[in-house]
Design a protein around this ligand. Structure first.
Ligand SMILES: [Fe+2]
Ligand SMILES: [Fe+2]
Length: 274
């Protein structure tokens, strides 16, 4: 029972199946994909509590079948998905939303106003879908049956101007979207070597994240929360032992427009990557 992430570090995990990350009475969090042979590997997650089954960043169209299979294994039927969180509108995050709406047209999509404008371009009618709009005031919550909440916190310019992240108050997990994402030659579900992982996160953040100012603003906001693991959309999960270091890595990183006016490390990064 409880958080299983530390146990998972030591195991050989069957990634063709869903992987339970947290399990307590009436509250489960699982990794449900998407596995692919790529340095830019995507993750989707499922939070289940009572009558709510919340799919987090379901992935691209090509991820749909495998995510659906894992969800079905956990819930019995994929039509039991009640909510989708789309932390921003990129195709690797949200391309499969029309497929999910076909499975259950009653799904409520949780996202920010500016993401809401863009998502229907994947090919669905935004006027006939249920939305929960995430306010930039950080006061939007989804109450779960076990009296815990999902808290939605804006993360401006990381990397979309109206991006956000999700905090699960029961499991104490931070679903960070593209923040804390990593580009990895060899993916593993949970980080073991954090020194190596910092480099892998750097590859992604220098290109995608707007500036150090935006990173600092975000870290200041989420630091007060009790966080037992950071759960990103790309790359490995960051367990509790590295959470503090991950925050300090982020608040000190120069990225995006910071690098326009200084000697850029991008060439070194590319050499190192390939
Ligand atoms: Fe993205
Ligand atoms: Fe992404």
């Amino acid at each position: 029972m409880g958080l299983k992430i530390d146990e998972l570090k030591e195991k050989n995990i069957d990634l063709s199946k869903p992987v339970v990350l947290y399990e307590e009475e009436n509250h489960t969090v699982a990794w449900v994909g998407s596995s692919e042979e790529s340095i830019f590997r995507c993750n989707a997650y499922l939070i289940s509590a009572g009558d709510k089954n919340v799919l987090v960043d379901p992935g691209g169209i090509q991820h749909f079948e495998q995510v659906r299979k894992r969800v079905r294994e956990l819930l019995g039927s994929e039509s039991r998905i009640t909510h989708i969180i789309s932390h921003h509108q990129d195709p690797d995050v949200a391309g499969s939303i029309p497929n999910w709406l076909k499975v259950n047209p009653e799904i409520e999509i949780i996202t920010t106003p500016r993401t809401k404008v863009l998502l229907p371009y994947y090919g669905f009618d935004g006027n006939s879908v249920k939305w929960l709009e995430v306010s930039s005031l950080d006061d939007t919550l989804l109450e779960l049956e076990d009296s815990s909440v999902l808290v939605f916190l804006s993360s401006p310019f990381l990397h979309f101007p109206d991006a956000f992240v999700t905090y699960d108050s029961r499991a104490k997990l931070l679903f960070s979207g593209d923040i804390f994402a990593a580009i990895q030659k060899k993916w593993e579900l949970v980080v073991r070597d954090f020194e190596k992982h910092k480099l892998e996160m750097m590859y992604f953040h220098v290109y995608y994240m707007a500036s150090n100012k935006a990173l600092k603003y975000f870290v200041d906001k989420v630091k007060p929360f009790e966080i037992d693991a950071i759960i990103p959309q790309h790359g490995s999960i960051i367990p509790k032992e590295f959470v503090k270091e991950a925050f300090s890595f982020l608040e000190n990183l120069k990225c995006g427009i910071d690098l326009l006016y200084e000697e850029s490390p991008v060439k070194d990064i590319i050499n190192d990557l390939f």
